[in-house]
Design a protein around this ligand. Structure first.
Ligand SMILES: [Zn+2]
Length: 283
């Protein structure tokens, strides 16, 4: 039984209640707007060249492998771990906000795990498989609001299917044909899925993808009741961490997510757009 399924259920019940109320013209003044407040375009059409289901299956396999590896080293946080509970609590507030960005997310089996490692790292794979490393929580001393910004950002990469588009752009037809063949049950192409899965962990997103994830993540977190101003303090901390570390190892997230004045200014400019959502979520 997944704790998030419960959250999804109640979210859907809430949304249905809202729709019914809106139909009756009653709750419009206090309802959360369904349309996006941040200004981002549509997801890349290119992503459609890679079947979503196939990619999500590959991600689930890779995620299971990663967890098994961590478990074998005694590095996988147990359900009673307070930090893991904190992360799962954040996810339970963000997941109900995801379907408006991607219909498929309603069917995703969201998972959140915490891996004991000094690495400053966190990710959300296609299909909603989330992992945080203890290093990012401890070294950046993240508040709940800041952790929610990272989770929102990572969820946004998955919801906006940046990996799917990126793989479509970089793989060429060989992989696409193989994926197609696999879908049709032709040949033994399990290795292909494994190689896609491995790539998911090392993927570098474009600058545009990063901006997209920043803004969509900001809105997800605000709708979940997390203070959007934390996006700014988070990236300031990121900037300090990458400046002070002098290229040391364990900076995965920082190397793929360069912080800088531009990033921070853009987030700051978008805080007012989602402030109302945040206040409404706080009730
Ligand atoms: Zn990112």
């Amino acid at each position: 039984m997944c704790f998030l399924c419960e959250a999804k259920h109640s979210a859907w019940a809430g949304r249905r209640a809202f729709l019914l109320a809106a139909a009756g013209g009653a709750a419009a003044a206090v309802s959360t707007p369904l349309l996006a407040q941040v200004d981002v375009g549509k997801s890349s059409e290119l992503r459609k060249l890679v079947p979503a289901e196939e990619l999500e299956d590959a991600a689930a396999q890779e995620y299971a492998k990663l967890l098994a590896e961590a478990r074998s080293k005694g590095a996988l946080a147990q359900p009673g771990n307070p930090q893991l509970q904190r992360l799962r609590g954040i996810a339970a507030r963000l997941v109900p906000q995801t379907a408006q960005w991607n219909e498929r997310a309603k069917q995703w089996r969201w998972e959140v795990n915490l891996i004991g490692s000094k690495q400053i790292n966190a990710f959300c794979m296609p299909g909603g498989k989330i992992a945080f490393y203890t290093g990012i929580l401890e070294q950046l001393k993240l508040s709940d609001d800041e952790a929610a910004m990272i989770m929102g950002h990572e969820m946004a990469h998955a919801l906006r299917e940046h990996a799917r588009a990126r793989i479509a752009k970089t793989q060429g037809t060989g992989t696409l044909l193989s994926l197609g063949a696999q879908l049709l049950g032709l040949g033994q192409l399990g290795d292909m899925a494994a190689s896609i899965g491995t790539q998911l962990l090392t993927l570098r997103f474009s600058r545009d993808d990063e901006t997209d994830a920043d803004l969509v993540g900001l809105e997800l977190a605000a709708r979940g009741g997390y203070n959007p101003q934390a996006a700014v303090s988070l990236w300031e901390k990121m900037g300090q961490a990458s400046g002070g570390a002098g290229g040391a190892s364990g900076l995965n997230f920082l190397s793929t997510h360069p912080s800088g004045p531009e990033r921070i200014q853009q987030l700051q400019a978008n805080v007012p757009k989602v402030q109302g959502l945040y206040l409404r979520a706080r009730g």
